[in-house]
Ligand binder design. Structure first.
Ligand code: DX5
Ligand code: ZN
Length: 247
């Protein structure tokens, strides 16, 4: 009989450690023909959290990839101590949780805008042994996380409209990042996603974000490992004392 570990592609259902500041490459910007090779190159460069954008063609217009692709990569990420961070941009995300858990996800993030019963779905994700993330589109105010804070391990502040890589960081999200940091529990992560590069990544970290997703700025760069290292250095050095001036 397959063990619990085998069923989840090498990862036992223990809570992943995503504390501290982390830069997470987004595989949306990777070359599908070279996914494994590109993950290995970024693991060699020090990346440990990998962000997977699942899009259904309904919640957002594009279709990206699903649990099958994540399952094909999660074992090599877990083997090096890494974390699989899945961002579900789909309608009815509650119907996908089981398949995404089985693909090896450690963090599963759902959009508040796609949910009728966010309390229930966040509980469902935690009950499956994963960290529960709640994502907010740019037009959604930070305050929605307050009544759900007990159930949120990761609050994701979208810094572009979801659906596409390579968009420009929306500057007006700056105070929202700081506000989400205040509203969430101190042991929860604040994640930012969209338009993150060597300039905007450190700004978000100074404002209180600790999980910093970057797609095209890393995987669209001539040498992704070098681009990852540069953003990670800037994020590590960001000073939260400068937050007030950055809002
Ligand atoms: C956008 C996705 C992002 C995307 C970010 O809907 O959620 O994760 O990969 O891409 P960049 O970093 O290129 O803005
Ligand atoms: Zn994303």
């Amino acid at each position: 009989m397959a063990s619990e570990t085998d069923a989840r592609h090498g990862q036992p259902p223990a809570r992943a450690d995503i504390s501290g500041r982390v830069v997470a490459p987004s595989m949306l910007a990777a070359d599908p023909a070279r996914f494994g090779e590109q993950v290995d190159g970024l693991l060699d460069a020090g990346a440990r959290v990998f962000h997977f954008d699942v899009m259904d063609g309904h919640f957002v217009p594009p279709i990206s990839f699903g649990p099958g692709v994540i399952a094909a990569l999660s074992e090599r990420i877990h083997a090096r101590g890494g974390v699989v961070d899945v961002h579900l941009m789909v309608e009815h995300p509650e119907r996908q949780i089981d398949a995404v858990v089985q693909s090896g996800a450690d963090v599963i993030t759902v959009h508040i805008e796609a949910l009728t019963h966010p309390h229930y779905v966040l509980s469902q994700i935690r009950a499956a042994g994963c960290l529960a993330g709640l994502a907010l589109n740019p037009g959604t105010g930070a305050e929605v996380v307050q009544p759900l804070a007990d159930l949120i391990d990761v609050g994701l502040c979208m810094t572009v409209n979801p659906g596409w890589g390579g968009q420009r960081f929306i500057d007006r999200m700056r105070p929202k990042i700081a506000r989400m940091r205040t509203l969430l529990d101190s042991d929860a992560s604040v994640e930012v996603d969209g338009g993150i590069d060597r300039m905007t990544g450190p700004i978000c970290a100074a404002l209180g974000a600790n999980l910093i997703v970057a797609g095209s700025a890393i995987l669209g760069a001539p040498v992704p490992a070098l681009a990852y290292a540069e953003i990670a250095r800037g994020v590590a050095a960001a000073d939260t004392k400068t937050a007030a001036a950055l809002r």
